[in-house]
Design a protein around this ligand. Structure first.
Ligand SMILES: Nc1ncnc2c1ncn2[C@@H]1O[C@H](COP(=O)(O)OP(=O)(O)OP(=O)(O)O)[C@@H](O)[C@H]1O
Length: 314
């Protein structure tokens, strides 16, 4: 998603975090995260329950302070008036008043946001078959999501942060809502960061990925870039614990099935001709990283912050 006409940060970076960490008591919810999200991307934020996704989104939205490091939205500190004005955040529990009608909800959006686009918000709900006179309490889950997204988009943000926006939608409603959202996003050049557990649907939605695990950043970058540096390898299993054919590579996961071993690797040299080799799907790759307690981190060039080592804490 690189089209669009929106202004962006001086160097085209929507979100940059450096050494960002957040601790609750003695427990780190997010640790030493350093990455860039280029403007115009639709970025999936994935990780197991408790990985730190909501914490990251809330810090970016300016709703939570960081314990270490910093986050910048389009060159402005997260939480500053400039950053808030350019960001819309939709939390997991959609903040809608059940007694309000759809029209009253949009009126509130208009009153709270100086740059409000009433036409955009109205068109977005109407296209979802939602009438302005309906009460929020009587809307289906899908219709409520559409109204909440209309509130977010009506603000005319440059960065939209969505915390599991699609979780309560059936597959059909999900597809329609996603198509509507992506249409607006592409037309306006908006950057989106959305957390999701729907790994199988990531590649229809996103062109960029962040993967968190136990508070640490494990993958960051454009999806094409990430896929291109991984291979699936498979060979008959010899006697060795780690077959010699794998030793030049960074091994993310191995899986033994009968007399074969299959591995997801980041090649560190030529692949042994005795091994079958193919490109992983995004779903295979993400699931392999999620299954590991401590997968080897990868920050691809598109997500790299110049001048900072991109380590992940042990
Ligand atoms: N207000 C809080 N007080 C104490 N601990 C918290 C608080 N908020 C989050 N945590 C802890 O921080 C860690 C990260 O939580 P977070 O909600 O960011 O994860 P998540 O990846 O969004 O999880 P999920 O997929 O379940 O929504 C968890 O261990 C969680 O229990």
């Amino acid at each position: 998603m690189t089209t669009g006409t929106m202004t962006t940060g001086a160097d085209g970076v929507a979100l940059e975090v450096r050494r960002l960490g957040r601790r609750y008591g003695r427990k780190w919810a997010l640790r030493d995260a350093t990455f860039r999200l280029p403007a115009g991307r639709v970025c999936g934020l994935v990780g197991p329950n408790g990985a730190g996704k909501t914490t990251l989104l809330e810090i970016a939205a300016g709703l939570r302070s960081a314990s270490t490091g910093r986050a910048e939205i389009l060159g402005h500190p997260a939480g500053s008036a400039e950053a808030r004005a350019r960001t819309a955040f939709l939390p997991q529990e959609k903040p809608l008043f059940r007694r309000f009608t759809v029209a009253e909800t949009l009126r509130l959006g208009r009153e709270l946001n100086p740059g409000w686009d009433q036409r955009l918000a109205e068109d977005f709900v109407r296209a979802g078959g939602v009438s302005p006179t309906q009460r929020v309490g009587g809307l289906s889950g899908g219709q409520r999501t559409r109204l909440a997204l209309a509130l977010a988009l009506g603000k005319r943000p440059e960065l939209v942060l969505l915390d599991e926006p699609l979780a309560d939608l059936d597959p059909l409603a999900r597809r329609e809502t996603v198509a509507a959202l992506l249409g607006e996003v592409a037309e306006r050049g908006i950057t989106v960061l959305l957390s999701s557990h729907l790994v199988a649907e990531l590649d229809t939605l996103c062109d960029h990925l962040l993967l968190l695990s136990r508070g640490g950043l494990r993958l960051a970058g454009d999806i094409d870039e990430i896929i291109s540096v991984h291979r699936m390898l498979s060979a008959p299993l010899g006697g060795d614990t780690v077959p010699a054919g794998l030793t030049p590579h960074t091994v993310v996961e191995t899986d033994r099935h009968g007399d074969r071993i299959t591995a997801l690797v980041r090649p560190g040299g030529p692949v042994d001709p005795g091994w079958q080799s193919w490109s992983p799907t995004l779903e295979e790759l993400v699931l392999a990283y999620l299954r590991q307690a401590d997968p080897p981190p990868l920050i691809s060039p598109s997500a790299h912050v110049p001048g900072l080592a991109q380590e992940v804490p042990a």
